[in-house]
Design a binder for this molecule. Structure first.
Ligand code: PEP
Ligand code: MG
Length: 325
């Protein structure tokens, strides 16, 4: 399928209005890296490090991890890779970790909550990342941050690891960027200083939507019940975009919706300038963005919202039919 889009592979996703949307890919295994070239992705917007933990039957060692992350950076050939620290719990259970008997794992002890309560693994992982970067830029993001203090505590672990590596005489990363994933509505309402403290934010749309609508992403009966293009959800996203713009905080959207062309188009029209998706989606998303005027799409979205439509989808699809998509 990627061959179909090979003629636009090297082109930026520049809409008719002139706005350019950065298209990045999601990855998690070494085997994903060749897609960086074949898809035309600008970088890896989300590297799900837990996949490496999930395919083993015992906890990987620091040396192994650092060799692996170094190979990922080699394969990326200078393109940015946003390494997300371990996101386990909820739907991702490590075979060698005692399962938690929790009634609501999605709302339970997961992701950065585990990382902060049992910091051994987080420390090992950030140390492996720092060693792997050695002289190269390093981008790290923490999953499922629900309040500013969690980000501060995780960042503090990262800074301490940097300091330790320095004392040990290991080469430092050339630059560091430390960000958070916004996956719970609460973080959208964090204090202003949070937006200054994070180097970037990435919206984890899969989880965010689940918590915004209180609809389990794993439950077939409810997971499609609420449209991503629901006006309330878009309004929330718009507020996050506005806050990021006011604080010059780089913002991206990862999560499956970024790879669905109509959703991606609407996200771009709302103001997202970076989307991260599975590699096979980059061609179709770019193909659509190249043919659209984001200002017009934004007007269509605003008019549908003003009319009181529940979702802007019908209006956007009608607009696309008009422009001959
Ligand atoms: C998300 O929640 O949207 C996300 C990108 O992370 P994951 O799907 O791995 O939870
Ligand atoms: Mg998530």
């Amino acid at each position: 399928a990627q061959e179909r889009y090979s003629s636009i592979r090297e082109q930026p996703a520049k809409a008719l209005c002139g706005s350019v949307v950065g298209l990045h890919m999601n990855a998690g295994l070494m085997a994903d890296l060749p897609s960086l070239g074949s898809s035309g992705a600008e970088g890896v917007g989300l590297f799900r490090t837990e996949l490496q933990f999930l395919i083993r039957n015992q906890m990987p060692r620091r040396g192994e991890l650092s060799a692996l992350y170094s190979r990922v950076m080699d394969a990326a050939q200078g393109k940015r890779v946003a390494f997300r620290t371990l996101d386990i719990g909820s739907d991702k259970v490590l075979p060698y970790m005692k399962p938690n008997d929790e009634p609501n794992p999605a709302l339970g002890w997961r992701a950065i909550r585990v990382g902060l309560d049992k910091p051994g693994v987080l420390r090992m992982q950030v140390q492996a990342l720092i060693r792997a970067a050695a002289g190269r830029p390093l981008t790290v993001m923490f999953p499922f941050v629900a309040q500013m203090e969690e980000f501060r505590a995780a960042r503090c672990e990262f800074e301490k690891a940097l300091e330790r590596e320095k004392v040990l005489g290991h080469p430092m990363p050339e630059t560091v960027e430390v960000g958070a994933m916004l996956e719970t509505p609460s973080l959208g309402f964090a204090p202003d200083v949070f937006y200054d403290e994070v180097d970037f934010l990435s919206i984890g749309g899969n989880d965010l939507k689940q918590f915004f609508f209180a609809a389990d992403r794993e439950n077939e009966r409810v997971r499609r019940r609420y449209d991503t293009l629901n006006v309330s959800f878009l309004r929330f996203l718009r507020q996050v975009i506005d806050r990021c713009e006011a604080h010059n905080t780089p913002l991206s959207f990862c999560g499956e919706d970024a790879g669905r062309p109509v959703e991606a188009l609407c996200l771009a029209a709302m103001g997202f300038r970076a989307l991260s998706m599975r590699p096979a989606s980059i061609g179709p998303v770019k193909h659509l963005i190249l043919r659209c005027n984001l200002d017009e799409v934004r007007t269509v979205i605003e008019e549908a919202a003003a009319r009181g439509d529940q979702s802007v989808r019908a209006a956007v699809v009608a607009y696309l039919a008009d422009v001959g998509w």
